[in-house]
Design a protein around this ligand. Structure first.
Ligand SMILES: Nc1nc2c(ncn2[C@@H]2O[C@H](COP(=O)(O)OP(=O)(O)OP(=O)(O)O)[C@@H](O)[C@H]2O)c(=O)[nH]1
Ligand SMILES: [Mg+2]
Length: 238
């Protein structure tokens, strides 16, 4: 069974080459990297395409329609499952998630089904972010915890390591989040199915290259999506 690192990208040309190098340097057995790019105008996909020509363990999913962090994540997970992934690590491309934590996250799967890189447990922290940006994440985290009742400290972490059975149990085709709320949708569905979720402390470092894709519209859509998940659960639909 392969281990896949699945990375959604949009305009990350300044980060993606370095990130792929860092991951490959970990020398993890049977490791594959799947980059899910939405036809980035800055040519991120071209950089990955060139790397994948030299290294068959690097895969490019170039998406031209139905863009968005949510659909990219869904398609990325489906791709990894179709390519015999036993373990899938999900991470951002902007170096906020340091690849050095990947071996430990994989190791923790012996006691869990889903391992999160967490800023909100002892030893975890985030650096380089403005007070406002930290308040936004803190507020969103509290809202998610209260509304969805998930017993996790960092519900916003997009740095996660899944056993295949978790992704098999979540009907990936039916994931409905278009934007970043895909992170909470998957976490909530894994929680509802009773999978063992474990957090390990990470230092989340604010991006130094490229630009954030998280604007007010994405944030508002995220808040709405979390409310929708709650209502769907109350109605017994999920
Ligand atoms: N394929 C795809 N990837 C996306 C899209 N939006 C964001 N991403 C990627 O998803 C990851 C997280 O996006 P970020 O913009 O870093 O979101 P964030 O971490 O909340 O915001 P920052 O504070 O800027 O880092 C990054 O790797 C992005 O390139 C999208 O629409 N399509
Ligand atoms: Mg980021």
């Amino acid at each position: 069974m392969k281990t896949f690192v699945m990375i959604p990208t949009y305009n990350e040309s300044e980060n993606i080459g370095n990130l792929i190098d860092e991951i490959l340097k970990l020398k993890i057995k049977d490791l594959h990297i799947a980059v899910v790019d939405d036809n980035s105008p800055d040519g991120t996909w071209k950089i990955v395409q060139d790397i994948s020509k030299k290294n068959k363990n690097v895969h490019l999913l170039l998406r031209k329609v139905n863009k968005g962090r949510g659909a990219a994540g869904r398609d990325g997970f489906i791709y990894c499952m179709k390519h015999d992934a036993g373990i899938v690590v999900e991470m951002d491309a902007d170096m906020s998630h340091n690849p050095k934590y990947i071996p430990k996250m994989i190791g923790e799967l012996k006691n869990a089904d889903l391992v999160l890189g967490s800023r909100r447990i002892e030893g975890g922290k985030e650096t380089g972010r403005s007070l406002l940006r930290r308040f936004v994440t803190w507020g969103a985290n509290l809202y998610i915890k209260v509304l969805l009742g998930i017993k996790v400290n960092d519900c916003n972490s997009g740095f996660r390591c899944f056993r295949r059975k978790v992704l098999e149990a979540i009907n990936l085709e039916r994931l409905e989040s278009k934007g970043p709320a895909i992170v909470q949708e998957i976490l909530f569905k894994a929680h509802l199915k009773g999978f063992r979720i474990k957090e390990i402390p990470i230092t989340f470092v604010n991006r130094t290259k490229g630009h954030s894709k998280l604007g007010i519209p994405q944030l508002a859509a995220g808040y709405f999506m979390v409310l929708k998940l709650r209502i769907e659960h109350l109605l017994g639909r999920i």
